[in-house]
Design a protein around this ligand. Structure first.
Ligand SMILES: NC(=O)c1ccc[n+]([C@@H]2O[C@H](COP(=O)([O-])OP(=O)(O)OC[C@H]3O[C@@H](n4cnc5c(N)ncnc54)[C@H](OP(=O)(O)O)[C@@H]3O)[C@@H](O)[C@H]2O)c1
Length: 230
């Protein structure tokens, strides 16, 4: 693999540079169903995975929604190329996560962002694993506030690896600087299959989040495209 990923545009801001990276089918789906693991229903060829890991290695931190942790149990580490593991950041309202999840392993540092609704015993159990627990909201993790806290901790770049509900929160806040899409040669169809961005959505063209195509190429029959916010 000779294609290298670079963060080219740091704006002056009080939050990290945010990039979403995701696989998607030709029809824009990111899994067969919300509780079906994308790792199983849409596996990536090894060279695409290597490219993904080379992107991970460029970021200070990596964020994934709590439901993707429950469904896919990812490691979120850099294993297929040289580079350091980003800090894992997981927003999770009530800490409804198994303590055996791979994100609690010692191979990388993990920060869990939670709310006042999280059971105190679970907070203590998670902290005892060496994980930082931040309270960032009463009933809902406030993603905008979380980005500010990460920035203050020295996190200058954040890679978001889904799923569709977390992607929406970031798109809604208009804080996504870049999107990297791996288009699988597949169509799932159906209303149960989540798409790249869900949530309530925008209601008209002027509100819609807009991006510019900055690069595209193929790896092993997958179309890789890069999009940046203007
Ligand atoms: N193809 C791909 O590249 C790819 C990548 C990632 C995921 N996926 C797939 O996507 C599916 C999961 O996506 P999903 O949309 O169901 O879940 P998600 O975005 O991974 O997680 C959403 C969950 O995160 C927690 N959360 C806490 N604060 C939040 C906030 N402010 N905004 C949004 N979420 C917040 C909530 O769970 P609590 O209520 O428990 O806090 C929420 O339900 C799975 O099928 C997975 O395999 C595919």
């Amino acid at each position: 693999m000779h294609i290298t990923f670079k963060i080219t545009k740091y704006k002056v801001m009080d939050r990290p540079y945010v990039a979403i990276v995701s696989g998607a089918t030709i029809d824009g789906k990111i899994s067969l169903g919300r509780n079906v693991s994308a790792k199983e229903c849409m596996p990536l060829p090894e060279d695409v995975q290597k490219y993904l890991h080379s992107i991970r290695a460029k970021f200070d931190a990596i964020m994934v929604g709590c439901n993707t942790i429950r469904t896919d149990n990812p490691h979120l580490t850099v294993r297929l190329c040289e580079g350091k593991n980003p800090i894992r950041v997981i927003p999770c309202t009530k800490l409804d996560l198994p303590l055996t999840s791979n994100i609690f392993k010692k191979d990388a540092h993990t920060i869990i962002a939670t709310t006042e609704e999280a059971p105190k015993e679970k907070v203590e159990e998670i902290k005892s694993l060496g994980v930082d627990v931040l309270y960032v909201g009463k009933e809902k993790v406030e993603i905008g506030r979380l980005l500010g806290l990460l920035w203050k901790r020295g996190i200058k770049s954040l890679l978001v690896e889904g799923g569709s509900r977390l992607n929406w929160e970031l798109i809604k806040l208009k804080v996504v600087d870049e999107i990297v899409l791996f288009i699988h040669p597949l169509i799932f169809g159906g209303e149960r299959a989540p798409s790249l961005v869900e949530g309530e959505g925008f209601s008209n063209y002027s509100e819609a989040a807009k991006f510019q195509l900055t690069n595209f190429f193929a790896i092993d029959g997958f179309l890789i495209s890069h999009w940046k916010s203007p």
